[in-house]
Design a protein around this ligand. Sequence first.
Ligand SMILES: Nc1nc2c(ncn2[C@@H]2O[C@H](COP(=O)(O)OP(=O)(O)OP(=O)(O)O)[C@@H](O)[C@H]2O)c(=O)[nH]1
Ligand SMILES: [Mg+2]
Length: 606
Amino acid sequence: MEQSRIRNFCIIAHIDHGKSTLADRMLELTGTIPPREMAEQVLDQMDLERERGITIKATAVRMTYRADDGRAYELNLIDTPGHVDFTYEVSRALAACEGAMLVVDASQGIQAQTLANVYMALEHDLAIVPVINKIDLPNAEPERVADEMTEVIGFPREEMIFASAKEGVGTTEVLEAVVRRVPAPGGDPDAPLRALIFDSKYDPYKGVIAYVRVVDGELRAGQRLRLMATGRALEPLEVGFFRPTFAPGERLGTGEVGYVASGLKTVRECRVGDTITVEGAKTTPLPGYLPAKPMVFAGLYPANADDYELLRDALEKLQLNDAALHYEPESSLALGPGFRCGFLGLLHMDIVQERLEREYGLDLLATSPSVEYRVLKTDGAEMAVDSPAELPSPQETAEIREPWMNVSIIAPDRYIGATMDLVTGRRGEFVKMDYLDHGPSVREGERRVTLEYRLPLSEMLVDFYDQLKSRSQGYASMDYSFDDYRPARLVKVEVLVNQHPVDALSVIVPAEKALAYGRAAVERLRRLIPRQLFEVPLQAAIGGRVIARETVRAMRKNVLAKCYGGDVTRKRKLLEKQREGKKRMKRVGNVDIPQEAFMALLRLEK
Ligand SMILES: Nc1nc2c(ncn2[C@@H]2O[C@H](COP(=O)(O)OP(=O)(O)OP(=O)(O)O)[C@@H](O)[C@H]2O)c(=O)[nH]1
Ligand SMILES: [Mg+2]
């Protein structure tokens, strides 16, 4: 396609405002996906996305659209996720586009990620097409939301498109706006090839598949190519575009979005953010991306120690498709060899664990999530600590600093009190408050405010978001970003089972919460550890000093007791079930701890 008739754009919005549904309508109207293959949110291809009804991965697709001016245009669309934990997906998509379609739910108005995403798009200098969606809902207030968009973000009224992705209202307007308002890609077709890798995936047959945006020159199968950062040479097996499945093609021209099947089997050499060029070309690499900074850390261990190699392989491959995932080997006395992983947030952690389990058939244990602390030692050294096991002893520690976040919450003003209570209960501090809407039409208690706070990240790791949602009856939305490190009074609480410290259960908590944490931990563990043939003491301790204690009393466990005289197949079934259960057990000293004990401790309320 002629460069002047290519449009590259992504869809951005707060979670659930209808991005993927709007993409469905565009795919239908342009005939990209035949009706018999159509499904709701068809771009959410992962099972996990379909089950949870959320987008996790950005997905690219090419459409051909015949516009009102009678010409055909090539539209490359990237649908992005809305949840704050997947912002890295959004930022990489933005760098591959000239425009962004900003979708806002007409019944909810501007939410926290709406603003976060708009600022990101503006930083990338993208043309923005504002779309007010879900106008079919009975409680939709398109006029009020339009005012809000003008006041808060500054969009002129006449640029806004009113749509219902569900009922297919406004789809043509949206496509026309893309053609007219999003600029065609720049870039020099005669220059040597430069293509930005914005995503990737591993395919057992074709090797590493790089998702690219061609910035200059052209890309063809059979060319001798080179990856600029790693210096690795490659000869692509296949070049093509997204339909949204892989559609092989002849070439990718300047400004186009598509993929290159590299044939590389080792995944480390092909990294997101790298530039592909032709062998021997004299050219400079594209800017690429800042690496994602993980905020939440946890250990991932195979429930079955024999699966360690499998887990390492799976992490390496998953990282190709999830550039925000970090990992390094770690070993735990209680859990054996595993990996310390860094995630962007709790949902990201949950999704990674679930993807590893599903896509690679693994059975995993995850330790309690932790943030990264900065520890100043008495000998003057400074170290980063993201695992309780690495924390130096209190005698060696001069100061511990923990990460604080800027948190912005948008909610109707009747929930200001409830939000304030929650934040102050988590050591947070108030920064400022602004009203979003000023119109006289707004009812008492319904005016929406943005509340800004600073909060230790560790306090947000335990059900902060759930609490916020329930205290605001679902109305509040939240966005956060890193602010700074601040000194804190923190201690490490260890949990001992039968005198053996279970390193995987250690946590770093504020000193004043240590006692409550320790008590709750042993109390809950007592209920979760099955009785053994002997008495098992459970203790919580700080630096060797016991602060709480419980005991699991001895009992003989006989699963067959219930089916005395029953038939033999039933007995066998029960025994098998017990064996199955054992697989998810971890042996500490001479005590089996079920996986649920670890999981339940993660949910411990502070
Ligand atoms: N009534 C109504 N519902 C809509 C409309 N558009 C989307 N929805 C519904 O809103 C929900 C979320 O839609 P999605 O398209 O998955 O939203 P999304 O923005 O892609 O969500 P994430 O990718 O997870 O951030 C679904 O239940 C849709 O059916 C609309 O125009 N009207
Ligand atoms: Mg979506």
